[in-house]
Design a protein around this ligand. Sequence first.
Ligand SMILES: Nc1ncnc2c1ncn2[C@@H]1O[C@H](COP(=O)(O)OP(=O)(O)OP(=O)(O)O)[C@@H](O)[C@H]1O
Length: 945
Amino acid sequence: MTVNTPATPVSKIDRTPVSTPGGTKVKEEKIVVTVRLRPLSRREQSLKDQVAWECIDDQTIVFKPPPQDRLLTPASYTFDRIFGPGSSTETVYEGVKNVVLSALMGINATIFAYGQTSSGKTYTMRGITEKAVNDIYTHIMNTPERDFTLKISGMEIYNENVRDLLNSDSGRNLKLLDDPEKGTVVEKLVEETANSDQHLRHLISICEAQRQVGETALNDTSSRSHQIIRLNFVDLAGSERASQTHADGARLREGCHINLSLMTLTTVIRKLSVGKRSGHIPYRDSKLTRILQHSLGGNARTAIICTLSPALSHVEQSRNTLSFATRAKEVTNSAQVNMVVSDKQLVIHLQKEVARLEAELRTPEPSARLDSDALSKEKDLKIHEMEMEIEELKRQRDFAQSQLDVLRRKIQEQPACHASESPSPVVKCLSFSGPLSSKLDGKELSHRDKTRNTTGRQTMRQSSTAPFTLMQEIRKLEQLQEQLGEEANRALEVLQKEVACHKQGNQDAAETIAKLQVEIREMRAVKSVAKQIEVGDMAAANANRSVGANLKEEISRLHSQGSTIANLEEQLENVQKSIDKLVLSLPSNNEQSNDATPKSKGQLKKKTLPLSSSNSVNRQNRIRSPCSPLSSARDVLESEIENKAPECDDNKPTEALPGSEKVTPAKSEDGGGDITSREGTPCHRRSSSVNMRKMHKMFQNAAEENVRSIRAYVTELKERVAKLQYQKQLLVCQVLELEAAGYDLDNESINEQEPPVPWNITFHDWRQQIIQLWDVCHVSIIHRTQFYLLFKGDPADQIYMEVELRRLTWLQQHLAEVGNASPAHFGDEPTISLSSSIRAVKREREFLAKRLMTRFTSWERDALYIKWDVPIDGKQRKHQFVNKLWTDPHDAKHVRESAEMVAKLVGFCEGGNVSKEMFELNFALPADKRTWILGWNPISNLLHL
Ligand SMILES: Nc1ncnc2c1ncn2[C@@H]1O[C@H](COP(=O)(O)OP(=O)(O)OP(=O)(O)O)[C@@H](O)[C@H]1O
């Protein structure tokens, strides 16, 4: 519920304090956070769910796990007020009443309910609204000396579209505009004047009736949109898990939007809770946070009512809600009295304002200077914002990764039979089937190695999960993938708008733009196909069939999706290329230099480099996703190995970029032409002193800059989609291996599992196996070097280690089968034989010998020969030297030193400029033997050996 004081725009008062009877003192205060625990619902009771929460006093709520759930730890939380299952809505209202009533003193006030679906938000907000209307009208009646005009507007945000609840004819997607005076406004939103409390109630009931409501498994009348009644009453849609709501089709899509905007709300709250050092606050990432901006850390008093279900089955969601509430407690708002002025005061104030504007018009120069200062500040701000955005993206990625690790650990700790409802982590399990040859090319794995191998495999098999857990994993990953898809769509929408802006007055780029638009359209088409497949199949999988049968279906379904997703990646790649081309072809790059100090040719060239907002982003742009058939990693590797000057110089200062001077383009939500300012930036006064030409140029620069940031975003998305796809593939392989190992997929019973082996032990075990397999399979020594230096035991690397071990084991088996026979063929492509591998390694050594001559001085070489026991007067010492590298897999020191030496020779910096993701993991199912054998990028090809 948000109550804005009518009449004077808030932002104006923010900038220009006037003396008012209430004063303009800014009062800093924390958001009021209360929690309401509802009783067990009938549905929960019928499912024999248990109460897991207890309100031990007015401010403390405690999680009490039932005795049988020993793994769950008790926890206690404290808030401004806690309302137990027996509390009436009237009592809950008392907890927030002060905030509501402050609206009558001229202060913006917002009350909103937050909680998972079916936790009681609508139930609570209805009551709060009713009570607030009563109190507001009581106050109006008791203050006859003043005239009150009460206006009401109602909107809902449904699937990121804003809809007017009081005017159903206004269309399904109202635009959000950045009004320099009022902040974010919803275009064409109807404001009705309420004549009486009855009329107000009637208008509120119209809003209620218009709102999107749908049935889910958890709530028969689940709100599918966020409702904001500006008077205003905010009722958010609840966060939800598809696994629990059994949502599919439209419901699932709604759920994604709901979760996305709630995620942004959470991010905003989290950042605000850290205080000033949190930097950029991503209000603009969702319409909900954009509209509620004033209520979140701004000029408003805000109360949040967090609603909880007491059920044990929802404990995780309840904990999330409470952690949101804990963060929210730390957020400080700066509420101030907006406007309680008499007409006389208003006239005086307006006269002063007119005088000030007249003075400004008479002296245009200083004001122009002011503008330019403001612009330069904005430029810095924009750069800072972008850096923060990148930080945030990285944080999200790391967070996802750490979540994955936590889940992994959890599943290892839990007996698999507990995994039925809770989300299951991706469990890495390897179980090898089929006979493995231990004899290759005269090299035998020692008895110790064989034992170790067996132990390792047993360990991996013990950590195998039950099939149904794997299936849940697949589902979860698919949901994540769909969310990413939605994000990609949003990025593309923004991109399309930017492209539309470029169209004007940028004829050279017209062709590229047209192509880009076609690509964007195509990409959307691909995505929707992918989505249809997913949604349709998820519904099918919901049928109550045996887990084994479902798993098999999942596998064939994932197979059928493979090409669609590859297509999607390809399209993303194309979009990215076109953006690059577009940026390169922008005429303003040259125009801008006319304005500034003349620059050298080299500097001008740098200006056309694609995207250089940060080193890491640039690097990502050069990275191909791990499981993609396309690879730009190849380019990276080439440039690094050959020490070519890279095309993009990450370290160049951003001053070289066009568009670093910042004014956010004047545009509305759909790319229209209003002149606007960005949130958090000072508003621009319209003044005759503004140099239109300069403005135009700045707008164009800002638009270009946006295109660049979108490009970075697309890159990030691409990487995330790829990783997800990769994890999915891994799961499928696990299922196949379970099957191959004779696991009865139709039988859900799970063998007793032994305690999990700590990752560091597993890591050393796997790495040793990998090193030995490299040796017996004669794997590229450059590849060994890269791999060895990159993967040093970080739990996040488990997936790479696993794939490598899996691939090498297969390769070992394959080489044992083909032996020294001439290369077998799969289709038209020759595959690897032992002799071809040996030849390839030999060529690599020759290449390294050459590098030895160019990379080291003769003095350094002599020192190396002594260290590596190469006779000082021997022949072909360089060859003798390189032939000693990577020859003893059992000597850890030798392995490490070999890796370091090869890294120096080829120019890899340890842990530095080589990214893990650059490994082109053509992770294919064992059935597709060709790609499986080729596995990692055949590095010798890159070196043209
Ligand atoms: N405090 C309460 N006491 C009794 N019943 C409640 C309480 N809170 C909620 N309920 C009941 O629980 C059900 C779900 O509540 P409600 O629709 O308000 O949830 P919600 O959080 O708004 O869900 P959604 O996000 O799906 O819209 C309703 O039937 C409602 O009547």
